[in-house]
Design a protein around this ligand. Structure first.
Ligand SMILES: Cc1cc2nc3c(=O)[nH]c(=O)nc-3n(C[C@H](O)[C@H](O)[C@H](O)COP(=O)(O)OP(=O)(O)OC[C@H]3O[C@@H](n4cnc5c(N)ncnc54)[C@H](O)[C@@H]3O)c2cc1C
Length: 380
């Protein structure tokens, strides 16, 4: 169930189209993507052909120029049937956002058009000593002649092993925040290598990688914006990407709830469908209430991002925190409704719970989202 009031006709049409693609082409692959633990290029091709991959890229660079809300609606439909496929979209868009939000015209023209055509992006920020505290990054970029020379290491980079275009954060001076810059690097740059592929609990089709930069020389014009603007760009990116992760949680939870409802109507115990038991009815009602509250908060945050509302940062964090907590709660409850079968891989609920769990950690843990909300409350 999903209420589409308030959406434009175009948005409703996109939702219907993506729902069909999700049901017919993506859902049949969901279990295998998790089992194989490989990046699902076939799904990426489906996204390409449907024009979904380039949705947030402005039209002048070959994309659709879709709003934040429209992108969220698309992720939600995909995530209802496959968290990994939704994550493919989110993290590709996350990787291109620094270029989109912080890049000068030349960088945008060159790389956004490539990304709109067929390339994949990665967002490379986290390091061993810099997770929640992003200003602690140690990867360095030093200008030598016309080129920047990049040295350092990143960890946990989704798409790191398969991206063509990487947005790489590196230090250009010692100042914690103002010393951060961000650069575009292409796959195949000498000195750039892919390290360990992580074995993940969930979102196994979108694995994270260690990345190593050893004297990687990139043209000076590959800086995104100006030196020292990396921190500011990262913050702008998170405003836009946090609702994406949030709606991924909503989509996964919605898929889990529907599965549990269908199961409860069929499964009989004590001579009755288990859906007849009030204990489970109240559980399902609570799941639906939490889910709808999360969905509405995410849509609100997305609209605030589209409207450049001054409180968009706080709402993006609120939505991210609430919706990803709901994602874990609802998928866990859905497993419970299936009893022992929920724990078994023959049903998709244990996978949905594992996939949802990552979302409480990435793009700022849910503790960090609360720090951001509290900081905004206390400053006014
Ligand atoms: C599968 C996966 C994919 C990822 N993909 C990417 C990616 O594509 N690109 C990228 O750059 N990064 C990526 N990450 C990294 C992710 O964003 C970080 O793991 C996350 O931000 C947390 O950092 P950390 O792991 O170093 O934890 P830490 O920062 O060490 O946190 C440890 C604990 O301390 C808590 N904590 C820290 N600071 C505070 C505070 N001020 N107040 C209260 N509690 C606090 C945290 O909430 C957490 O519970 C990925 C991670 C994973 C696991």
């Amino acid at each position: 169930m999903q209420y589409l009031q308030g959406l434009t006709e175009e948005q409703q049409m996109i939702v219907t189209t993506v729902r069909d693609i999700a049901k017919n082409e993506i859902a049949p692959r969901a279990e295998a993507i998790d089992r194989e633990g490989e990046y699902p290029w076939d799904i990426v091709n489906i996204f390409r052909e449907a024009g979904i991959l380039a949705l947030p890229i402005p039209e002048e660079y070959g994309g659709a120029g879709a709003s934040e809300l429209t992108c969220c609606l698309v992720i939600e439909e995909v995530a209802k049937v496959c968290g990994n496929s939704g994550h493919c979209l989110c993290d590709n868009w996350l990787g291109m956002e620094p270029i989109l939000l912080g890049g000068g015209e030349a960088v945008k023209k060159k790389y956004l058009s490539q990304l709109a055509a067929n390339k994949i992006a990665a967002f490379c920020l986290t390091e061993t000593e810099a997770g929640s505290d992003i200003s602690g990054i140690q990867t360095k970029a030093v200008l030598k002649g016309d080129n920047y020379i990049i040295n350092g290491q990143k960890i946990f980079i989704t798409n790191g092993g398969n991206a063509d275009v990487l947005s790489v954060f590196a230090r250009t001076s010692a100042d914690r925040n103002r010393g951060m810059s961000v650069f575009v690097m292409e796959k195949g740059t000498p000195g750039f290598s892919i390290g360990k592929k992580e074995e993940q609990l969930g979102m196994r089709g979108t694995p994270a990688y260690e990345l190593i930069f050893e004297d990687c020389s990139i043209p000076g014009e590959n800086i995104i914006g100006q030196e020292g603007e990396g921190f500011k760009t990262a913050m702008k990116v998170f405003d836009r990407s946090r609702p994406f992760d949030a709606v991924l949680g909503v989509g996964i939870a919605a898929g889990a709830l529907q599965y549990a409802i269908d199961y409860a109507k069929e499964r009989k115990q004590f001579g009755r469908a288990i859906a007849d038991f009030q204990g489970l009815q109240w559980m399902m009602a609570d799941m639906a209430i939490q889910l709808e509250a999360a969905r509405q908060l995410v849509y609100k945050a997305a609209v605030m991002v589209d409207e450049e509302d001054p409180d968009k940062t706080m709402f993006s964090s609120m939505a991210n925190c609430f919706a990803t907590d709901v994602g874990v709660k609802v998928t866990n409850d859905a497993m419970q409704i299936l009893g022992g079968y929920g724990y078994i891989k023959d049903h998709p609920l244990e996978q949905k719970m594992r996939d949802a769990r990552l979302l409480q950690i990435v793009e700022g843990t849910n503790q960090i989202q609360r720090v951001i909300v509290a900081r905004r409350l206390l400053e006014s």
